[in-house]
Design a protein around this ligand. Sequence first.
Ligand code: ZN
Ligand code: ZN
Length: 345
Amino acid sequence: MPKFSAASATRSLCLALLLNASPASAQPARFVVPSIPANARWYKGNTHTHTTNSDGDTPPEQVARWYKTHGYDFLVLSDHNVFTDPVTLASLTDSSFLLLPGEEVTTSYQKAAVHVNALAITRVIPAPKDSTLLGTIQKSVDAIRAEHAIPHINHPNFLWSIDSATLFRVRNDKLFEIHSGHPLVHSEGGGGMPSMESVWDGLLSSGKRMYGIAVDDAHNFQGEFSADRSNPGRGWVSIRTTALETRALVAALEDGQFYASSGVTLSDVQVTPRTLSITIKQKGDYKYTTRFYGRDGTLLAIDKSLSPHYTLSGNETYVRAKVTDSGAAAAWVQPVFTTRFVEKP
Ligand SMILES: [Zn+2]
Ligand SMILES: [Zn+2]
């Protein structure tokens, strides 16, 4: 029988601590399950559209009417540095159609375009200037937050203006455009410049909690609708919340309770501690493919059913999904974060 000593007792204790050591990173990843009210439903809307109050070709009333008659529940008229007040269009709004007050706060730094949408404003927010690109973006975001409004950073690849390292350093912004109906904003990247989706995965993998939205950025409602014009109906979000009301919508948007779309409709998104499940609303005889992505944009799984799902293997920090249809439209399910996600301040 070994002789008892203080040293051996200490060794035993250390060994026991090592064996029982269970830091959070050693536990298999579990989804952080959002709490969804039972009476929540999906509201379709576009958060980025122009009128003749800035550089759009159609007056606000006609623009709003286009969306109302095309199945949208809400719309943001986001003119450049102009507040198109929904109060002036009250005859168009009712219990099934909301005009959410907004503005595209539009400024620049050298040749870079810095456009940040402000949702839920009550008055025009002046566009700031700064001596750096990051400062120009941050001042825009801060000016919007100071009004208790919600910022979303628009089209970072427009004029190749905002790189991912700069995006990463912006504080207090949770939303940015990953898809746009505007033909000149280069969401897909190319020629060595990253797509918005790869930028998104980079930000998420670096610990930045960002949600990706799809918008029209529509300017052209007159004349021919063609690929080289910024026509409506090409990008939207569907937000899950309890009421068609401004504060409820923007709170759910900033909480990631939505999906972005260029044409694919989802009936449901459900999260349990281990599984992300999606229900696709089939259009005609369209076929669908769902890809689940994780850290560094790694393709985790492909599911070709109408009810795709992904079960955690245990190492993931986040999982997001992209559903594409046989007509090349897509829906982007927002990232669901796990217990292994370490958020960078
Ligand atoms: Zn813009
Ligand atoms: Zn715009």
